[in-house]
Write a new protein. Structure first.
Length: 145
């Protein structure tokens, strides 16, 4: 008995994308980010392949109400560097949440995805909102169907 391995095609993966709406209120940041990363990659689907972008669209609301465990609220910080001498900037977690809570969620999900050519395409399918939204801006391709 011969067994065949079927690989998903890129065009069929594009047609079978679904929309997932997640509420981040009272959810742990890391656990929610892993769920989002799995949905964006398509690992929850039967026809998953690592080299094909077969993930779904994800919409996350209420990111300003997300929580973290332990002492991370005081100890966690975000680092960036401009590339110039003395260009290092660190922002504490609390201040980043006050400024832009969507950035915290975006960085968390982005760092859980593989660092390859598909990561930017997967991140484009992620929509993040700090409050409770009633209207979501749909992409032109999805709105036309």
């Amino acid at each position: 008995m011969t067994q065949k391995t079927t690989l998903p095609k890129a065009d069929t993966a594009e047609k079978t994308r679904k929309w997932h709406f997640l509420d981040a209120s009272d959810q742990v940041l890391g656990r929610l980010s892993t769920k989002i990363a799995v949905l964006l990659m398509g690992k929850h689907k039967r026809d998953f392949a690592t080299n094909v972008d077969c993930g779904d669209f994800v919409v996350v609301t209420n990111t300003d109400k997300v929580r973290i465990t332990g002492n991370k609220a005081e100890q966690k910080f975000y680092f960036r560097h401009s590339g110039y001498a003395n260009g290092a900037r660190t922002i504490p977690y609390k201040r980043q949440m006050e400024n832009d809570s969507t950035k915290v969620m975006e960085l968390s999900v982005r760092r859980m995805l593989d660092d390859n050519r598909l990561r930017d395409k997967r991140m484009k399918r992620l929509r993040i909102f700090s409050g409770a939204q009633t209207q979501f801006p749909m992409p032109k391709a999805a709105a036309a169907k």
